[in-house]
Design a protein around this ligand. Sequence first.
Ligand code: F0G
Length: 444
Amino acid sequence: MIHHLRCTGCGRGIEPAEIGGDFRCPDCGELFEVVYPEWEETKRPNPVALKWLWKERRSSLAEIDQSGVWRFRELLPIVDNASVVTLREGNTPLYRLPRNGARLGLPELFAKHQGMNPTSSFKDAGMTAALSVAKARGFQWVACASTGNTSAAMAAYAARAGMRCLVLVPEGKIAWGKLAQAMDYGAVTLQLQTDFDGCVAVLGEVVRRAPVYLLNSVNPYRVEGQKTPAVEIAEAMNWDVPEHVIVPGGNLANVSALGKGFMEMQALGLISRVPKLSVIQAEGANPLFRAVHEFGGERLEPVQAQTRATAIRIGNPASWRKALAVLRDTGGWVEQVSEAEIALAKARIGQEGIGCEPASAVTLAGLEKLMAAGRVKREERVVLLLTGHTLKDADYTIAYHRGDLLKPEEVGGLAEQIEASRRNAMPMDANADAVLRLLEKEQA
Ligand code: F0G
């Protein structure tokens, strides 16, 4: 679609080619969003025809149709097809979680597993969109600051496109699986002695001084790609959207993107209402939670972020105003969860044969809090957004099952449930009798 860019702060419009390298509004410093002028006129696409077309594309052999992002290209900015860089991202499964659903008395509990993407996180959906724009604009270098997943995704897509890429990550604070991906895909990877927020600051200066295309989520095209899982959720539920969608919150682009997706679908007549979108943060990285609960949504005070869920170890989220608008417009909430709650929730998602990384597990822990507060009712349908694959951070999982992850003072009232969920690997003699004795014990 033909698109414009509009500032989400002051409403200023700007031509796509004129946007600055930091993607901030020159007047008010806020972020831009993509808007489609045709939708405000009479040229709106026909919703019935769109649903049919998108379904048809599922059986197409064309690369662009096989992507679960570009399949919905009527909702995306136009890029010429030759510039599209795709790894067949999207089309991720919507799983039922019957055991957790039964435990919580919530029969309609689902997980949208964005970890089942080419680089094993939700970042691929946004990356295919924004990197394709970078390619179309003729950039040779792309760059991001990252807690790991964005850099893995960017490195993969840049490699596919034959472009160079620069990754800034906080030294010692990202999971090995993610660092390994950036290296494998050939990124120039720099570990800076700072946190994620410090990496963002350094990169801001780099993109002002060099012709490097910024692929952090302040880039409005990232958000466009990242809204397509909302379309997939709606499609998978036959266009009758769930009552709640629950999302982890870090830099807060994901909730902003999904909110945009659901609201645009409603405006186009593809769905008749939007789900409540709620954000869950780790207690040690909770600036949005504090902005809402302490400052009435008026301001956000950056925090010194600290959590083992390193993906969301972010103290000064770029998209907090967009996220607040989504909470307000959809009627969702923001909650925070402890390190022990995250770890237990992750084990419980693993027990369903699905698994996820720690940052994703905040959604299940947060759901329990929302239910306890009466905000989610038993008859309602809930979708948890699982953002990353369990293998991204195997160290965390192994430490949990060995009993080395949490300090005793962190466990609190969850000690028994955590013990019951642990499945450590056991050393054993290479002897069938010993193995059989153990099997009998397990069956008893
Ligand atoms: N879950 C995972 C697995 C993530 O990697 C991230 C963010 C989030 C949740 C939070 O999403 O920032 O849109 O609110 N990771 C970024 C990165 C910051 O650099 O990979 P958000």
